[in-house]
Structures are given as C-alpha cells and as structure tokens.
Unconditional design. Sequence first.
Lengths: 237, 122
Amino acid sequence: MSRIKGASKNPLKLVALAAMTFASAVGWAADGEAILNAQCSACHNLAGPAPATLDALWNRKGPDLFYAGNKYQAAWMEKWLQKPTRIRPAGMFYGNHIKPGAKGDEVDATTLVTHPALPATDAKAVTGALMQRKGRSDLVTAGAYVPGTISRSSGEMLFDKFKGCLACHEIEPGYGGLSGPEVYTAAKRLQENYLISYLRNPQAWDPKTFMPNKRLSDTDLQKFVHYLRLLGEEVKP
Amino acid sequence: MRPMRWSTFVTVGAFMLISTIPALAKERAEDNYRTYCVQCHGMQGNGKGINIRDMSVLPRDHTDAKEMSARSDDDIFKVIKEGGVAINKSVLMPAWADVMTDEEIRDLVQHLRKLCKCSYGK
C-alpha cells in the first residue's frame, strides 16, 4: 500500500506500474525467465552444476543451460526455438537410444524425443533470458578465437585423419559418427570463444562427458574453429 | 538478529564439509564401459557400435579372445588412458585419462578380460 502511495506522488512511477500490470495481465511481453522455469526446467539444468556422476549424465534429457549465454549464438537460438531440429543423431546420451541391429548397433529412433517449438515472441523472450545465464565465465576468454581461414581439405585432414573426430561427429548430413552432435552446424550454434574453450578441455565444462579431451594445441584449436566456420558456410540455411 | 541455533550451525557445517569432498566418486567398470566405450565398441562389445559406419579403421572386438589375449593388461591400460597412438594404433581410439582415474581404468581392463573370457597369452 505504501508503495502505491509513493508512486502516486510520482506520475512517472505510476505510469510504469500501470504498464507493468497491463502487460502481465494481457501477456503482452513474454517473460523469458518465467517460460524457462515453467516449460524448460524439467529437461534442462538452468542453475548448474553439470553432472558429476554417470547416473546424472545418463539421466540428462537436454543440454545444460546454466552457461547458455556463454555458449550459444543468440540469433541461432531464437530461430531454432521456433523450428527445432535434431542436433544429436543419437539423442542426449546415446546409450539410452541404441539397439542391436543386423550390421551392428543402431539408433532406436522410437526412443528419441523432439523439442517443442515456441511461438516467435516466446522464442525471443527465452533467448533473452538464456543469454543472461553466464555460468562458467571463468572458462571463456574474450578474443580467444582469432578469425582466419583453412582449406576444406586441410580442415578435414585435421578433423578426421589426425584427430579422429569424424568417428563420433557428422561433418555433413549422413557422413560421420552418431554419438556426438553434428558439427556442420556448430559454428552457427555456438560462440567461437566457447568452442575454443570447450575443445581445449571438454571436461572443464562437463566432467563426465563422453567427448574425449584431444589435447589440441593452441594452433590446432584455431584451425578447428576455422574449419567449423567453413562447414557452417557450406550448409544450406 | 536472532542467535544462530545449534542445529543450523551443525547443518551448515556438515554441508561445508561434504562440499569439500572431491565431487567425482568412483564409478563401476561396466558403467564406464557403457558411457565411453559402447559408442564405438558396441553394446555387446563386438566392435560394432553406432559410430562405425564411416570409420577408416574398425574398433577392436572385445569378445575376440584371440586378438585380446595378444595384448597385456599393461598395454590395454595404456591404450585406454593414453589413446591408440600411444601403442602405435589408430588415432580413432582417444585417450580417456580425463574421465577415468587409474583405478577405474584398471577395473575396466578386468571388465574387458571378462568380455573376451581371456587373459594375456591365453
């Protein structure tokens, strides 16, 4: 009561209060934080920390989002939330989505779930709220990635022959391994400085992840991101 | 301000003590196998995981007693910890030192011996 009394002394405050009441009453401006907590928290960890046991790793349904603002590109996120596509061919933890087949293990597509699509206003609001989540800023260095180029053949040689990453990741639809996320969209999805940090030490972000630390040199880290950017340019939007 | 109750004090103290204990507890060998190895070596350990479609070198069949008995426990430990290149094998086999302790890797070597029903030399 005393607050409203105070506001009545200041016409500007009163207008702001009325606008806020109106907005929440008619759902005029979507509240990203409220949507995150109501619709996303069942599958995504919004507060951290990352799984510290295999059991927690196996039960993780979607990527951890407590460092979303350090990880994802906002423009990509807003679009993806409106039209989600599968990024990990075998789901979040592949072990929950495989079955034995005639030629070896296969992805059991019946166990995979699709991500719900959000209306444009909600996608924008949720993206805004996600970008505020800056967990693990200690692991990211501004300017860590220095833009540069690499040829397709050198990049592929590094990615496949020298470092063996193709074993678990697809570099184009239908070519590569299935347990890890597709990498031909990685540069569109992820911030470059995050890529440098994650590739340098995946376990620093996610202690139990089944992505191995490949002990990449600083030079190779830069080349990897050049290559991922090149792959991203080749993918049709 | 109210003085802190003893029970609160003890609870907070216990919590602080727990949080100083290393976060990563020891995992069972079969669970580590399911998490890190199955993606390439397969659910049945036969070398036919979901990733093999486009591989230039196929993963070891852990149920093949002949192949597996040709490797010492030390060699298997080394290849898990340091990767294929450490024993002049494929780069496709990565090093897992960052997700398993030496003790867990030793347990995993014994798990592989169960899968192949073999030991070094026989």
